[in-house]
Design a protein around this ligand. Structure first.
Ligand code: PLP
Length: 417
């Protein structure tokens, strides 16, 4: 492994995606931003899109905007996200938050899987997803089976054992938010299908970073977030996926007027709209919804194969540097070694993890994030992260520990990073 900074610069000059960085707002060139897996950078095209939307569409067109593209936007932009994840047209809809979409699909699935009682998940899953399951369980009497992992790797064999003829839904995050472990989508979906359960995947930490083919993997249903690798902006609405043959079998439990067959008929009885439209509930948030499109367009232009190839190269490079420079200083690899099972962030554990994270942010110009108990999460976003960024981040982490800079931060606690 070549450890020089010159080597990082050589990798950057050979990077076919390097030019995409200029398509994003980078106000502070000195800041090494490694949190694009929590909040992606702002695409330049989004700035002009938002101005046009506010000044022209809202300011001038007013209510006419609904017939000039707003009503169809959740399905139209949903289709573009669908192209990133191997979904057939009209099987992705943008609506609500990831948590709310999970609630809608999970409750719909449990009801549709009548007679089956368990929801199977793992302990790597995002807490909100477990909270949603607990809410659904309370309402339906379903039972949640949380399969235990080693904290890093998906417990695939134990999941296979937990699934049986009583399982209604297998509900997992495709890429784990802490360790970055990525499940084999086809193989694990097949485990659910083998016992007659349906699969509901949370793609939040995969979409825009990992290659996904929902159609080939025969996935039943999925949800995902748009403000991470899709660069949709803070609090941008989420998406849901439902395979075509299930769209009219599953009922949206939060039935509202935007999912009504005759929207402007104002009849007093709910009559579900055809297709996936029924999973819309209320009025879509047009401002934040529209902000999703430019980031998705950039990923479509780059192509997910190229995005994944660079993500793999970045995380392999980071792990090589960790082994040579950080492992001797007490940093542990809290992510899978096998690149086929790794998403686009790498977690490094350290007994002083939180203090190191704070020192990086406060005095070293590096912005990662921290997840309890000990993980510093380094998010690698292929359209904007360079190999030189990775080299610099590792070098500065080395300095924080070797110069004992973290000691000044050992008593602090933190609210949001
Ligand atoms: C970020 C993330 C979410 C976000 O949920 P919201 O309800 O949109 O806030 C959900 N699930 C996972 C796995 C995530 O990583």
């Amino acid at each position: 492994m070549n450890l020089t900074k010159d080597h990082a610069l050589t990798l950057d000059s050979a990077d076919p995606l390097a030019a995409f960085r200029e398509r994003f707002v980078v106000e502070d060139e000195a800041l090494i931003y490694l949190d694009g897996n929590s909040l992606g950078r702002l695409p330049r095209a989004t700035q002009s899109r938002m101005r046009e939307l506010v000044d022209h569409q809202w300011g001038e067109r007013l209510i006419r905007g609904w017939n000039e593209g707003w009503l169809d936007a959740p399905a139209r932009i949903g289709d573009k996200i669908g192209q990133l994840i191997g979904a057939r047209p009209r099987s992705v809809l943008i609506a609500d938050s990831t948590s709310v979409n999970l609630y809608k699909l999970l409750l719909a699935a449990v009801i549709a899987q009548e007679g089956r009682r368990t929801i199977v998940t793992d302990d790597l899953n995002f807490p909100s997803d477990l909270y949603i399951m607990q809410g659904v369980a309370k309402l339906t009497g379903a039972e949640i089976v949380v399969v235990e992992s080693d904290g890093i790797h998906g417990p695939v064999e134990a999941i296979a054992e937990a699934l049986d003829e009583n399982s209604a839904v297998l509900c997992l995050s495709h890429t784990a938010f802490k360790s970055g472990y990525t499940y084999d989508l086809s193989a694990v979906t097949a485990l659910a299908h083998d016992v007659g359960a349906v699969a509901l995947w949370d793609l939040s930490h995969s979409v825009g970073a990992v290659e996904i083919d929902l159609t080939a993997a025969k996935v039943d249903s999925a949800v995902g977030c748009t403000y991470k690798y899709l660069n949709g902006g803070p609090g941008a609405p989420a998406f849901l996926y439902l395979r075509e043959d299930l769209q009219e079998q599953w009922q949206n439990p939060v039935s509202g007027w935007m999912g009504q067959a005759d929207l402007f008929g104002f009849g007093l009885t709910y009559d579900a709209a055809p297709g996936l439209t029924r999973f819309q509930t209320g009025t879509p948030p047009i401002l934040s919804l529209s902000a999703i499109e430019p980031g998705v367009d950039l990923l479509l232009e780059a192509g997910m194969a190229a995005v994944r190839a660079k993500s793999v190269a970045l995380s392999d490079y980071l792990i090589g540097l960790w082994e040579a420079k950080l492992k001797p200083l007490g940093f542990r690899l809290n992510s899978p070694r096998d690149v086929a099972r790794r998403g686009s962030h790498v977690s490094l554990g350290h007994e002083h993890g939180l203090a190191i994270d704070l020192a990086l942010i406060e005095e070293m110009g590096v912005l990662p994030d921290f997840r309890k108990p000990d993980s510093i999460r380094l998010g690698l976003t292929p359209l904007t992260t360079s190999f030189a960024d990775v080299w610099e981040a590792v070098e500065r982490m080395r300095l924080v520990v070797s110069q004992r800079r973290y000691e000044a931060y050992r008593t602090q606690s933190v609210v949001v990073t």
